[in-house]
Design a binder for this molecule. Structure first.
Ligand code: ADP
Ligand code: TYD
Length: 214
């Protein structure tokens, strides 16, 4: 298998949906096919993103939603310029665990910020580059919560979110992705192996169909 261009695949879904588990399996799969694959994430893919994660996790006073959005957007601009664009120029496959659609789902649908403004700032931050393909790992809020509890990580500011907030985020993803041909829907309530099989088969078929992979 050979890529015909740089490819950006983003993985989206709520916290605990299984995005990072899937992203790692996909990276191993593509590397095994001799396709050079970079796995990255937002926030956290760059030094700025790692600082931002700490700030967001340790923030005691809730951030105003606009400030929160602009921090994620600043990280996105840095991530795009520093890591993603150069990798795409080298015809690599980039897999990003979250990107612009997370801001639309969390800050737009979840927090109720102006969605046109989010879309504009997101495009600016991304220098008008859009993902080749987005994998939406869909789970119910209760499933994701049960997994996060089982993981028994320290409860961070991220995870102190109310259930109704997460419900708005899921509904936001569902609305956003209802009619987008570049979005692959994966049922995240299945086993990790089933999620992975479902995802890679759909990704390969999409890329071949669009002559991006031969
Ligand atoms: P995310 O990156 O979306 O927050 P993770 O991949 O970190 O999600 O998964 C959250 C937790 O659920 C982890 O403990 C992981 O081992 C587990 N998990 C991931 N995928 C599945 C799955 N398909 N079925 C059951 N548990 C899963
Ligand atoms: P992280 O621990 O990476 O999430 P996950 O549980 O998916 O591994 O935390 C990222 C958090 O930041 C997550 O709650 C989603 C949120 N987020 C936004 O609200 N807006 C954004 O633009 C991005 C990229 C993330």
């Amino acid at each position: 298998m050979k890529l015909q261009a740089g490819i950006l695949i983003t993985i989206e879904g709520i916290d605990g949906s299984g995005k990072s588990t899937l992203a790692k399996s996909l990276q191993e799969f593509f590397n095994a096919q001799q396709i050079e694959t970079i796995l990255t994430k937002e926030p956290g893919g760059t030094e700025l993103g790692r600082h931002l994660r700490t700030i967001l996790q340790e923030q005691e006073n809730p951030l105003t939603p606009v400030a929160e959005f602009l921090l994620f957007a600043a990280d996105r601009a840095q991530h795009m310029a520093q890591l993603i664009k150069p990798a795409l120029a080298q015809k690599k496959l980039v897999i990003s665990d979250r990107m612009a659609d997370s801001a639309m789902a969390y800050q737009g649908y979840g927090r109720g910020l102006n969605r046109d403004m989010i879309a504009r700032v997101n495009s600016w931050a991304m220098d008008n580059i859009t993902p080749t393909l987005t994998v939406y790992v869909r789970v119910e809020v209760a499933t994701a919560e049960a997994r996060r509890r089982a993981r028994s990580e320290k409860v961070t500011a991220f995870e102190r979110e109310q259930k109704d907030f997460m419900e708005r985020v899921v509904a936001g993803y569902d609305t956003m992705y209802a009619a987008m041909p570049h979005v692959i829907l994966v049922d995240g309530s299945q086993s990790p192996q089933e999620v992975f099989d479902n995802a890679w088969k759909q990704i390969i078929s999409y890329l071949k169909q669009h002559h991006l992979l031969v």
